[in-house]
Design a protein around this ligand. Structure first.
Ligand SMILES: [Ca+2]
Length: 432
């Protein structure tokens, strides 16, 4: 379940966990069916303009081979000891790590993590710590002020040998760069294979299936994975891959790996100013001095872009009480939840579902248990809460009309609100 946290962290609750293995001669995900290669370029990144006018809108993956190897600090990533020696104070830096066995997230020192992560199956998946940012050059297709609007704070991943569950993201494209080790990625284009989408977003009407085990795919349970085209990329240190949104992917770390994950908001990426991108694409090939520390990520980090970000911020914050959630949701909605009994009641219901053991605190493990029917229930509750907030917020700002007018006005407002929020709400419904 380790790598899942990455996706959880960056955006989602669409998890398909590695369940118990099924009997039978079952093959790993991405090894049966038609194997396709992904377009590759050697020693260079895609041009910015082409990246945002071709690969992103057309949802086409591409691999850039060995683009990181000339970065000034590339060598410091090769061993843990080297990193510790080169980066002053790294060992004492606090990081959030996840225990794969215990399915717990907790804080520890970087130095301790290095001592333990392979033995204890620990995973680091967190925003790149400040102390490391000056050692990472922003990939060329993202080196443009215009592009930063569509980016989220990059995530650092460090893990030992592992196999991830299937991952999927509707809203974000990923630009994924490997600083150390080897990974094999298997990808499926859900636009080409719409039925495969149901594996990651189960159909409400159909009974829930056992979790897909990427090590042994049961084709009786998951017939949509039969005769499917898999795109496979074998990545080695120095490579980057673009994983478009709406592609299912699954990764296998073949040794200790370090990678950086850049999240690109797909919708925002489609709306970037082409002239600005063109200007950026015509400038120098790569500004090797443009490192992560030179970009201000604080605004991006502190402002939750969607409910999932909000939830992730909350479960990662030290105080994680009901009141804190209430406060954060009120802030997010710009509406005081406690001021309205209907909304309070729905919020109670929502919190009651996610705080599974009812101890007044929501943990990563609890969020990870959200799937299938449960997931739909939560998204329905959130949907209802948002609609109601929207309605009440507008009513509160309107002058008190007569009863007759009020009914008329409510109808109009409901129509307006559904138009206004429709896209976002639809996303929550699909993704949560
Ligand atoms: Ca709890």
């Amino acid at each position: 379940m380790y790598f899942s946290f990455v996706i959880l962290l960056v955006s989602t609750i669409n998890l398909i966990s590695c369940g118990s293995s099924n009997a039978g001669h079952l093959k790993p995900f991405g090894t049966v069916g038609s194997l396709m290669n992904i377009e590759e370029i050697n020693g260079e990144y895609p041009n910015i303009l082409k990246f945002f006018t071709h690969y992103v809108p057309k949802l086409e993956p591409i691999v850039s081979r060995q683009v990181l190897i000339n970065d000034m600090h590339y060598n410091i990533w090769q061993t843990d000891r080297q990193l510790e020696n080169e980066v002053d104070g790294l060992s004492k830096t606090n990081i959030n790590v996840e225990s794969i066995k215990e399915r717990k997230r907790f804080q520890m020192k970087f130095g301790d993590f290095f001592d333990q992560y392979t033995k204890e199956s620990l995973l680091l998946a967190d925003y790149v710590p400040e102390i490391l940012r000056k050692y990472i050059v922003v990939p060329r297709p993202l080196q443009c002020d215009e592009v930063v609007h569509a980016l989220q704070s990059p995530v650092l991943l460090i893990n030992g040998i592992n196999t991830s569950p299937l991952m999927f993201n509707d809203e974000h494209d990923f630009f994924f760069c490997l600083l150390r080790g080897n990974k094999r990625l298997a990808l499926v284009n859900t636009n080409q294979h719409p039925a495969a989408r149901q594996i990651v977003i189960p159909d409400k009407q159909k009974p829930r299936r056992p979790p897909l085990n990427p090590e042994q795919v049961d084709l009786n349970q998951y017939p949509e994975l039969e005769n499917i085209e898999y795109h496979v990329a074998n990545l080695t240190a120095g490579d980057c891959i673009f994983i478009p949104s709406q592609w299912i992917f699954q990764e296998r770390s073949l040794d200790n790996t370090i990678s950086i994950l850049y999240n690109i908001n797909h919708k925002q990426a489609l709306q970037l100013n082409l002239q600005e991108l063109k200007t950026c694409s015509e400038s120098d090939p790569l500004d090797s001095s443009l490192t992560l520390d030179r970009i201000d990520w604080t605004a991006i980090e502190s402002d939750p872009e969607n409910i999932r970000d909000l939830i992730m911020n909350l479960i990662n914050s030290p105080t994680n009480t009901y009141e804190k959630w209430q406060e954060a949701f009120s802030k997010y909605f710009t509406f005081d939840i406690t001021s309205d009994s209907d909304i309070s009641a729905i919020f109670d219901e929502f919190y009651g579902i996610i705080d599974i053991d009812g101890n007044g605190e929501v943990t990563t493990a609890e969020i990870e248990q959200i799937n299938g029917v449960h997931q739909h229930h939560i998204s329905d509750v959130l949907y209802e809460m948002m609609n109601l907030v929207d309605e009440k917020r507008k009513l509160a700002s309107a002058t008190a009309p007569t009863t007759e007018d009020k009914n008329a006005q409510e109808t109009i407002e409901n129509e307006e609100s559904s138009d206004y929020e429709d896209d976002d709400l639809q996303n929550y419904k699909e993704d949560l």
